[in-house]
Design a binder for this molecule. Structure first.
Ligand SMILES: [Mg+2]
Length: 227
């Protein structure tokens, strides 16, 4: 039997990106669109939001409709010199992830250099066998099926062995269609049918039934000394 693969989204799943990083990225992306497409700030901001909602990533809309170079866009918008001051760390995060048996990977719509910097600042970079970035997906960001297929090809795993942890519902919907288990990391109370479990923070992962079922699957001979 092959091992389970825990697939973690990065932003707003493993850490809080809404607090400082996303507001900063929104400013940088709006500025980029203003320059490259010669738009006023208001129009650039509206276009960025429209592409985010339509494609799950601003980059995808810029590539599709304006032939923007993805590498140029990512390099210009993700410099984030103040990143160390923006990443919010929690000590329990590392401990929670260390308790998890099975393979662990990160699957993010962000660029590779950014993802690696954030994981290092969170002090969890050594816990993942692979980081799958928007470049790794062939610039088919979540929730696109093609990006997921790139990931599954790289991992060489059956979808039935995968558990996706994510804050984005469209991405979880694609994962469920592929046959993965889905955990929504969100404070929202609504739980759609394609979501198997919902937790308000990643630190609550051990409370889920999925965790209890899958975390022991690899070590059937282990003995609990308290029972
Ligand atoms: Mg996210």
């Amino acid at each position: 039997m092959s091992a389970n693969v825990w697939i973690f989204d990065l932003d707003n799943t493993l850490h809080n990106a809404d607090a400082a990083i996303f507001p900063h990225l929104h400013v940088e992306m709006t500025r980029y669109i203003m320059t490259e497409l010669a738009l006023e700030e208001h129009a650039a901001c509206a276009l960025r939001e429209h592409y985010w909602h339509t494609y799950g990533a601003t980059l995808k809309g810029l590539m599709r409709h304006h032939r923007i170079s993805p590498r140029h866009f990512l390099q210009q918008t993700h410099q984030l010199e103040q990143l160390p001051a923006m990443v919010i760390t929690t000590k329990r995060l590392r401990h929670t992830l260390q308790q998890l048996s099975g393979r662990k990977v990160v699957f993010t719509n962000g660029p590779m250099s950014y993802a690696k910097r954030v994981l290092k600042l969170l002090a969890i970079d050594d816990l993942f066998e692979q980081v799958f970035s928007v470049e790794s997906s062939g610039f088919h960001p979540k929730p696109a099926m093609r990006g997921f297929q790139h990931l599954l090809g790289a991992l060489k795993v059956n979808t039935g062995n995968c558990i996706l942890l994510e804050d984005s519902l469209p991405a979880l919907m694609t994962a469920k269609r592929l046959g993965m288990k889905t955990i929504h990391v969100s404070k929202r109370l609504h739980k759609p049918s394609y979501v198997d479990a919902r937790i308000s923070t990643i630190l609550d992962l051990p409370t889920t039934q999925i965790y209890k079922t899958y975390n022991n699957a690899k070590c059937p001979s282990s003995i609990s000394p308290r029972e």
